[in-house]
Design a protein around this ligand. Structure first.
Ligand code: FMN
Length: 355
């Protein structure tokens, strides 16, 4: 069965669809593999392909599509603002095993939105209309969009909905914040619910779903077809399976400290380049640990103390020494986010230029 067919069948099944959010420099092939080994989402999104007039597919992102080891459908995300270039890119990418072509309408990085791409496009509805029209014509697998609620104000969302509806999307993912909100502040689930009720195609809710209970609450409150999850599954790669268990009314089994340690060990192994430089690899690991550390310990202070120690390490031995100190045990680790830590400046620092 083609990934497209597989995706359509999954969309038709009664269970909520659980999707991995695209995350630049994170959701690459090695990360997909680690997630899949722990249950994994129903559908994988690539990092975005940055499409310009002279675009050639980024080889490392193509690799995720060609070597996808999960057996589950993968969706290729595009970012750009040139309708012709985007349509050409979509045609090229459909020669690879993709379930859908997705357009990024949410990137809040100034370097991107000032060029009127990603979240910047939300300031130019006429351009969105042209881009969606060109892509709809070029895409014969599923065509999906990932948007925010507007650029500066959630009031803009109302005028975006008819544009999405006009182009008969196959799926719309809504990150319930504006571009100006970046990754902070309330997620407007009420606006996601309103869109899901009115649009003639399925909607996924995105933003701050970090526990199985929150997943069920958002699904029930919004009536969406499913959820897209980003930071929560870097912190807790078992989250997708935990959500499935919670929906079935089964027991949610948290990992043990040693299993979390095993995850960190796997992250080191799969992200280590062949010509690895130890110091750089430790820095690379700190980007993941900024998310994982938010769920360590039973208080914000314990999580902060762990992260503080991790940030001071410079060698592999020091890094794993700190991790073993805190995680080498058989106690359950719920990996719930401590809100005060989740808002820490360091989390923002590990979000790359465009996201
Ligand atoms: C490190 C990082 C990289 C991201 N890269 C992308 C990206 O390439 N494309 C995209 O549409 N969103 C990107 N995002 C946004 C996420 O897909 C998601 O919308 C956002 O994190 C909110 O969901 P969450 O609360 O579940 O993390 C990125 C987010 C993070 C944290």
């Amino acid at each position: 069965m083609t990934p497209y067919r597989q995706f359509l069948e999954r969309l038709r099944s009664p269970e909520p669809l659980l999707a991995l959010a695209p995350m630049q420099d994170v959701t690459d092939l090695p990360f997909w593999t680690l997630l899949h080994a722990r249950g994994g989402p129903d559908v994988y999104w690539t990092e975005y392909f940055r499409v310009t007039a002279t675009w050639r597919p980024e080889k490392w992102i193509l690799r995720s599509l060609v070597e996808n080891p999960t057996g589950r459908p993968a969706i290729a995300q595009l970012i750009g603002n040139d309708p012709e270039a985007l349509a050409r890119a979509a045609r090229v990418l459909q020669e690879y095993p993709v379930a859908a072509i997705d357009l990024n309408l949410g990137c809040p990085a100034p370097v991107v939105y000032r060029k009127c791409a990603g979240g910047g496009l939300l300031r130019d509805p006429a351009r969105i209309d042209a881009v969606l029209g060109a892509l709809r014509d070029a895409v014969s697998v599923a065509f999906t969009v990932k948007t925010r609620l507007g650029f500066a104000d959630t009031a803009e969302f109302e005028s975006l909905l008819p544009i999405f509806a006009r182009h008969s999307l196959d799926l719309l993912t809504i990150h319930g914040r504006t571009v100006a909100q970046m990754y902070r502040g309330d997620v407007h689930y009420d606006l996601i619910a309103g869109a899901a009720a009115r649009l003639p195609f399925p909607v996924l809710a995105n933003g701050n779903v970090g526990t199985p209970e929150r997943a069920t609450e958002v699904l029930d409150r919004t009536g969406v077809r499913g959820l897209m999850i980003g930071r929560g599954c870097i912190r807790n790669p078992w989250l997708f399976d935990q959500i499935r268990a919670h929906r079935r009314g089964g027991t949610v089994v948290p990992p043990t400290g040693r299993e979390v340690l095993g995850y960190i060990d796997d992250l080191w192994r799969v992200t280590e380049p062949p010509e690895s430089r130890e110091r750089l690899q430790v820095e690379q690991m700190k980007r993941y640990l900024n998310f994982i550390g938010q769920g360590v310990g039973s208080t914000p202070a314990e999580a902060e103390a762990f992260l503080h120690r991790v940030r001071r390490t410079t060698t592999r031995d020091e890094f794993f020494g700190v991790c073993r100190d805190v995680l080498d045990h058989r106690d359950p680790m719920p990996l719930r986010p401590h809100p005060a830590v989740a808002a820490a400046k360091n989390e923002m620092e590990c979000i790359p230029v465009c996201s």
